[in-house]
Ligand binder design. Structure first.
Ligand code: HSE
Length: 403
């Protein structure tokens, strides 16, 4: 019988306890032994909760109990979560987490501690919620040289954009709905400002290209600047606006990553990834493109990935060697401004100025569009060039087009 402890009895942590109790038989079959929760650490008490008797408030109870072999860290943040993870690994327990902030910033260090102690630090739930993506990248695609990974990595913002596109909902109403459904982070600015997606694209970049990218180094633009006018113009360009995280090799030993809203063609698979769903495209030199799709947030989808890692940790008591990446040498991470793409621009400017800057562009409009602006799509430019070309224009929105 494997005993586990859960740190953080929030949405994901409670989902983990629920799934372990509900699927006890199939989990036991897959893990080759019974798996049960012995402790749940939280600051709060949960009177009347089915797991209330397991609640403890002192981490040392878990740390000092040799019967507990796996710690599930679903606290979030990089304070106590980092401390408890390290202490658990040093006490001989494998750790499973959904905490993308911790994995993105300290994952390399924690994996090293786990390996040194012949334990596992597993984080399938940190990217894409319930979608299998970490193992496919590191195992199933291991024969490839991976050169690009991009996708819809945040369920909350995809839900908000989908509501704006399909139901003309206001940004505020759609955000409130996402929070009610338990998709949003405690502080929704991590979702809507692109910070959560930035952490996830860093983890994907680390795994795909094998070198650490610090979330603090990447440009993250969220969706707060996307308006209903942009949604309408995008429709006339046969596109949908999606928040994408993207990481790509920029040379033999260099790579970049960024997060930004993009216009995505209606003919691409990603444009049909709606609501809270996530979609991640990985490009490998042998396989070409492959896309992973599924529920990217929410209690039970995320718990599904966490519990699969628990099973893996129980079954493979020794360290899983495939999960790792190196420190990046100086100059490895390059500025994403040099990535070239076509651009959608909405500006209060004159036709003459657009002509001078770009020559020919593709204009779009719609019934009800503001009379004092033009919207158009350009040819490909890098960001530095586009900023120079538009310097005299009163830009209202400017997003990359994914080709
Ligand atoms: N807030 C995150 C999202 C949760 O909306 O995608 C899953 O990481």
């Amino acid at each position: 019988m494997a005993k586990i402890a859960i740190c953080g009895y929030g949405i994901v942590g409670s989902g983990v306890a629920e799934v372990i109790a509900e699927n006890a038989d199939s989990i036991a079959r897959n893990a080759a032994e019974d798996v049960s929760v012995k402790y749940i650490l939280d600051k709060r008490d949960f009177p009347g909760d089915p797991f209330e008797n397991m609640i403890v408030h002192d981490f040392s109870v878990i740390e000092n109990d040799p019967e507990v072999t796996v710690l599930v860290e679903t606290m979030g943040g990089i304070g106590a979560a980092y401390d408890f993870t390290k202490r658990a690994l040093l006490a001989g327990k494998s750790v499973v987490t959904s905490n993308k902030e911790l994995v993105a910033t300290k994952g390399h260090e924690l994996i090293a501690i786990a390996k040194k102690n012949n334990l596992n630090y597993l984080f399938e739930a940190s990217v894409g919620g319930g979608i299998p993506i970490i193992r496919p990248i590191t195992q199933c695609l291991a024969a490839n040289k991976l050169d690009e990974v991009y996708g819809i990595l945040n369920g909350t913002t995809n839900y908000i954009l989908t509501e704006m596109i399909q139901s003309n909902a206001s940004f505020e109403d759609a955000l409130h709905q996402a929070q009610t459904n338990g998709y949003a982070e405690a502080d929704p600015s991590a979702d809507i400002e692109g910070i959560d997606a930035a952490r996830k694209i860093c983890i994907l970049s680390d795994l795909c290209f094998g070198k650490h990218v610090n979330p603090a180094d990447i440009k993250a633009q969220g969706i707060t600047g996307v308006t209903t006018a942009d949604v309408e113009y995008a429709k006339r360009l046969n596109c949908k606006i999606k928040l994408l995280g993207r990481a790509l090799r920029t040379g033999h030993e260099t790579a970049t990553a960024y997060v930004a809203p993009h216009l995505v063609s209606n003919s691409s698979l990603l444009s049909n990834v709606d609501g809270v769903m996530n979609g991640i495209v990985v490009h490998g030199n042998a396989l070409g493109d492959t896309m992973f799709y599924g529920a990217g947030a929410g209690k039970r989808p995320t718990a599904s990935a966490v519990v699969a890692d628990v099973i893996d940790a129980v079954k493979h008591v020794k360290a899983r060697k495939y999960l790792d990446w190196d420190d990046a040498p100086d100059g490895y991470f390059t500025d994403s401004s040099y990535v070239s793409s076509r651009w959608y621009i909405r500006a209060n400017t004159s036709l003459q100025q657009i002509g001078w800057a770009f020559g020919k562009v593709s204009f779009v409009t719609y019934t009800g569009a503001a009379g004092d602006e033009y919207a158009f799509a350009t040819e490909p430019y890098d960001e530095n060039t586009i900023l120079k070309l538009t310097s005299g224009m009163n830009i209202r929105s400017m997003f990359r087009i994914l080709d």
